[in-house]
Design a protein around this ligand. Structure first.
Ligand code: GLY
Length: 399
């Protein structure tokens, strides 16, 4: 009887171990397939909780924060749904994604925001890539031309915000985040063979490389320009701890942005710049061992400062592209770092239990610390770049 029990137990161990091994398990405590299954289930909950025609952004004070289509985060929800659909092929997610695109489409003519790349490329760009539906491509095209209207040829950049703050009378603010919106311009410039779009993106990236960065490759959040002379008016912060600090997500936006610019242009200066930012991030004494950064590399209360899962997700996705453009030694360093970030994010500390977190996948991001907003909450863009990074890793492993 005891021998029979032992045999059964051994067989069971083999079955369990075998199943676990079939799943790609390299980066995450849970495994890539399981994370996508979790996302699949979470987003069905989220879809059920969403107010009519709104887009999820966060979950704060026990309330789902959902905004209208003109919010800068609106494109991430359909983007997440498309990423999960791409992996799980669950048609319910495709239906929900298509439903949200119908609401979002009107923003293609929105000229009042520099975030149109986040809004329209993470959504319609992925929709076109995955479904091949030409209508989606045309939405991206119109959006790119709307974004291009915000370019000023004297300054050489796209204007970020139209607002001023109480103590900062910015004349022409440009934020590091805007590097991300260039992807839509670069893609559309190539796809529709219009060098005007490409030149705008390159001018913006060049100016940003010139003026946003310190010698150690850390970046300012906001650089404001004089529109008459095109000179820098002010270097400051809005979401970071201090003007001279390194806001963590901003370092991620820069890393991702210059890596993307190298993808399109093969301009060595963009690659060198991305590598410089990578080095800043990876050698920073305040980067925790588990590789999820504090919300600002110079937050005064480190090590008790809040972590920002969104910064780790953006960085991980960027590292998993940058590794394709560098020598073996650097590639290994970037992949190992990204895996560590993704592994931590896939642990119970960061990954929401099924049926919790109001349907978001990740916990513990920081939106706008100085404004006391979205501190230690889920953020839809943390989910988006986390899923994107996992898909990159998954595709690398299956090649
Ligand atoms: N683009 C705004 C942010 O990163 O919070």
């Amino acid at each position: 009887m005891n021998t029979l029990r032992l045999t059964c137990f051994t067989v069971l161990l083999f079955v369990v171990y075998g199943c676990q091994n079939k799943e790609k398990s390299i980066p995450s405590r849970l495994g890539i397939d399981s994370v996508f299954e979790r996302a699949n289930s979470q987003y069905k909950d989220l879809a059920g909780l969403l107010p009519y025609n709104k887009f999820p952004r966060s979950f704060e004070d026990n309330k789902l924060i959902a905004r209208k289509s003109n919010d800068w985060c609106s494109g991430f929800y359909p983007g997440c749904l498309f990423y999960v659909y791409e992996k799980t092929k669950d048609s319910l997610l495709l239906l929900e994604a298509e439903k949200s695109l119908k609401v979002l489409e009107k923003e293609k003519t929105n000229k009042a925001t520099h975030d149109l790349g986040f809004m329209m490329f993470c959504s319609f760009g992925n929709a076109y890539r995955i479904t091949g539906n030409e209508a989606y491509k045309n939405v991206v095209k119109e959006s790119a031309y709307s974004l291009a209207t915000r370019f000023d040829s004297v300054v050489g950049c796209i204007r970020s915000w139209d607002f001023s703050t109480w103590n900062n009378k910015w004349e022409y603010p440009v934020i590091i985040d805007n590097m991300m919106n260039l992807e839509m311009l670069m893609w559309a410039g190539k796809e529709f063979a219009d060098s005007t779009l490409t030149k705008i993106a390159i001018s913006h990236a060049d100016k940003t490389m010139q003026n946003h960065f310190r010698d150690d490759f850390s970046s300012y959040h906001v650089v404001s320009y004089d529109t008459i002379t095109g000179a820098v008016e002010k270097k400051t912060t809005f979401q970071g701890y201090a003007d001279e600090s390194a806001w963590a997500r901003g370092q991620g936006w820069g890393l991702y942005g210059f890596t993307m610019m190298y993808r399109f242009t093969k301009d060595q200066s963009y690659l060198n710049h991305a590598k410089g930012i990578a080095n800043y991030i990876l050698t920073h004494p305040n980067m925790p061992n588990d590789m999820v950064p504090y919300w600002d590399f110079n937050a005064p209360d480190i090590p008790t400062a809040k972590r920002d899962a969104s910064a780790a997700a953006v960085m991980a996705s960027a590292f998993l592209e940058l590794k394709d453009y560098v020598n073996e030694e650097d590639a290994l360093r970037y992949v190992e770092s990204a895996k560590k970030m993704l592994s931590t994010l896939s642990s119970p500390e960061y990954l929401a239990e099924k049926g919790t977190n109001s349907g978001f996948l990740l916990k513990h991001s920081v939106g706008h610390f100085p404004k006391n907003s979205e501190i230690d909450t889920p953020l839809i863009y943390a989910d988006y770049y986390f899923l994107e990074a996992l898909l990159k890793l998954n595709n690398d492993e299956t090649q």
